[in-house]
Design a protein around this ligand. Structure first.
Ligand code: MN
Ligand code: MN
Length: 469
């Protein structure tokens, strides 16, 4: 009898994390698989911030969204999107009750770690031509060697014409790669630490291995292999070496996303961080267009390098749009912001049983236990974090519970193991209640990251509930 009393008390008093397999209905478990299909297409189509913005605009247009220009008139029910320099996007819908009660803001980012080409990238050495790169975001350099890479990006000509580049994704395309030492000769390299064994200047991508031929003979000029590269780029895109100066080209892993495991519960892909939240928030807004709430979806650029620049979240554009829209609707921008609420939609770290030493399991996100809410991110004693106030988290708990959202809390790792940040602090600084909520990821920032389809689905459901109430 005593035992059953204890059990009863435990049921009542203890918090118990549930997995999707315990919490979801059979019907919902099927929906999880269905929802992941659309996301897989998004992933394969949108590997850079520009591609993500283009694809997202197409999605929005299909639901009647129109381009927004600062200062233009808006009315309740209107659906708009504003593309910022082709690299970030703010879409919004004005709810039936206007903006007096604030916006429900969902903010993800669409840039991912990668290898950017330098402005004078092409050189040749030892019978090969290479592209010099400058890595973008927090990569572990060794992971990028011996991985097939694709070239993505744009070249903007002096006359303003924008040429889109994409090599290495389609059947029959060549790919590119960074070579690594053979183990037989890696004795000295093996003795170095992981952080020093690979250098940024060493991330040179192999792009060609044959010289330009003239009348069936090797031509009589210096840099014949480099010439061959430039000739091919000229043939394909009409560009010359000088045009690299006004280009944004990068190498990203060339593979398409793949289901992982016998049960297909996981998705492996490049760039889940943070397109997994971009897709789940966009689809959540699209499914909640005709409600009372005004909803704003942000797809930010530059998160991986600190959110600086005109397309990063530290740019005032979000505030300008809220203020402008408020003004034409007869509301005060500052008052609207004060009543706005934001889910900073970015990925969390999944507890990895192969590396338990860096995690504190009790406070880590566990795979397939739902979308993860992080009260704080940052590092070294909560530096550089939004650290959401308890009152707002309580509101979010209530909202998630209403719609039976499967969710959990997350902390990135052990207290002094490291850390990281999100765009949350660049939104809350404008007097907007903000908390981090996103999908847990394994191997974050690797060329092949892993998420659970159950967590993806839960994120979408969480964002839907946030838009709705
Ligand atoms: Mn992120
Ligand atoms: Mn990241």
């Amino acid at each position: 009898m005593e035992n059953s009393k204890a059990k009863e008390l435990q049921e009542k008093l203890f918090y118990k994390k549930k997995s999707a397999f315990e919490a979801m209905s059979e019907n919902e478990l099927d929906e999880v698989m269905e929802y992941a299909k659309g996301y897989s297409i998004y992933l394969d189509t949108a590997k850079t911030e520009r591609e993500a913005v283009d694809y997202s605009v197409d999605m929005l247009k299909a639901y009647g969204f129109e381009p927004y220009v600062l200062g233009m008139p808006v009315y309740p029910g209107d659906r708009f999107y504003h593309v910022n320099r082709n690299k970030s996007l703010i879409a919004f819908v004005i709810g039936s009750e206007g903006v007096e009660d604030g916006f429900k803001i969902l903010a993800a980012h669409v840039d991912s770690p990668r290898l950017d080409l330098k402005q004078h990238p092409i050189y040749e050495d030892g019978g090969f031509a290479y592209a010099k790169t400058h890595y973008y975001g927090g990569i572990r350099k060794y992971q990028w060697a011996t991985v097939p890479l694709a070239l993505h990006g744009v070249v903007v000509l002096k006359n303003g014409e924008e040429i889109k580049v994409n090599i290495g994704e389609n059947e029959g395309d060549p790919v590119f790669c960074i070579t690594d030492l053979l183990p037989h000769l890696a004795k000295d390299q093996n003795a170095k630490t992981l952080a020093t064994a690979f250098s940024g200047e060493g991330l040179n991508v192999l792009v060609c291995a044959s010289p330009f031929m003239e009348d069936g003979k090797v031509c009589d000029v210096d840099e014949k292999i480099k010439l061959n590269v430039l000739l091919e780029l000229y043939r394909l895109y009409g560009i010359t070496e000088e045009d690299f100066i006004s280009a944004e080209l990068c190498f990203v892993p060339s593979a398409k996303c793949m289901d992982i495991g016998f049960d297909r519960a996981l998705i492996g892909a490049y760039g889940h961080d943070d397109r997994v939240c971009a897709y789940s928030e966009l689809t959540a807004m699209i499914e909640n267009l005709d409600g009372k709430n005004s909803i704003m979806c942000i797809l930010a650029d530059k998160e991986e390098t600190g959110s600086d620049g005109a397309t990063g979240m530290q740019c005032r554009l979000m505030v300008d749009i809220i203020d402008s829209v408020s003004k034409v609707l007869g509301a005060d921008g500052a008052a609207v912001r004060a009543r706005s609420k934001c889910l900073s939609a970015d990925v969390a770290a999944t507890f990895d049983p192969c590396y338990p030493e860096v995690f504190e399991k009790r406070n880590s996100a566990i795979a397939s236990c739902g979308v993860a809410l992080a009260k704080y991110t940052g590092s070294g004693g909560k530096y550089g974090t939004n650290d959401c106030h308890a009152e707002f988290i309580a509101e979010i708990r209530e909202i998630f519970e209403k719609d039976n959202v499967l969710w959990q809390t997350a902390e990135m790792g052990k207290v002094d193991a490291g850390g990281g940040g999100t765009v949350a602090k660049y939104i809350s600084r404008y007097n907007i209640d903000t908390v981090d909520v996103g999908v847990p990821v394994l191997s974050m920032h690797a060329p092949f990251e892993v998420i659970s389809k159950y967590d993806l689905y839960s994120a979408h459901k969480a964002f839907c509930a946030f838009c709705k109430y």
